[in-house]
Design a protein around this ligand. Structure first.
Ligand SMILES: [Fe+2]
Ligand SMILES: [Fe+2]
Length: 221
């Protein structure tokens, strides 16, 4: 992805953060984005399973925030706190700034992987980063933990890459679905977009290959 596109997505993320009504969360989010700008724009989102390119982390975070807002628009009767959703989506993978090195064109995925991922994982890293910022403000303790819950539980399952705790708020379920959509669509589309109808394609270390439709009326291949 070109630098100018990354600049555009960074600006879009700041625009999303401007929608946060709670001034502490808004300021905190914008400080994190200022401090982590270079890392967000240089790192991949994963070690190869999705958004494996320079700035993939920023682009993924932008997409998840867009998706989460779109899901809320599909369910206008849902009573959810958009501040938690937007703040949570914008910071859900901030811990990956510690997990991965800056992207290099290297076939060996391990070359782009940092050291701390194996020890603490991005759910913890992100919760820790955000807590360090939030602790500088005078905040209600329960609400602070609800904010941290958006990051610590966003993976929605216990696994090697998983959550610290399972979701206990509707807001984080929405972030999880928004995250999952993006993490699955991108590698599937990347695998098949230049492929031929009916053939099977695999990308990077994504867990499974993808078929392109063999429908004879689907003429894009
Ligand atoms: Fe994540
Ligand atoms: Fe994510």
């Amino acid at each position: 992805m070109e630098n100018q596109d990354l600049e555009k997505y960074y600006t879009e993320c700041i625009e999303y953060s401007n929608k946060i009504k709670n001034p502490i969360l808004r300021e905190c989010c914008q400080r994190i984005y200022e401090d982590y700008r270079e890392k967000l724009m240089n790192k991949p989102a994963t070690g190869g399973s999705h958004h494996y390119f320079k700035g993939g982390l920023l682009y993924h975070i932008f997409s998840v925030t867009r998706n989460a807002i779109a899901i809320c628009n599909l369910y206008p009767d849902l009573e959810v706190d958009m501040d938690l959703i937007i703040f949570g989506a914008l910071t859900h993978d901030i811990g990956k700034t510690n997990d991965f090195n800056d992207f290099t064109e290297n076939e060996n995925y391990e070359a782009n992987r940092g050291n701390s991922a194996a020890l603490l994982g991005h759910s913890y890293e992100g919760t820790h980063i955000v807590e360090n910022y939030l602790s500088q403000y005078d905040m209600d303790e329960l609400f602070k933990n609800q904010v941290l819950h958006m990051i610590g539980s966003h993976m929605n399952e216990y696994s090697e890459w998983g959550a610290l705790v399972l979701p206990k708020m509707l807001e984080v379920l929405i972030i999880n679905f928004a995250d999952n959509m993006d993490a699955h669509f991108e590698p599937a589309h990347d695998a098949i977009k230049n492929g031929k109808n009916g053939e099977l394609y695999k990308i990077g270390n994504a867990p499974r290959p993808y078929y392109k439709s063999s429908n004879p009326f689907y003429n894009k291949g």
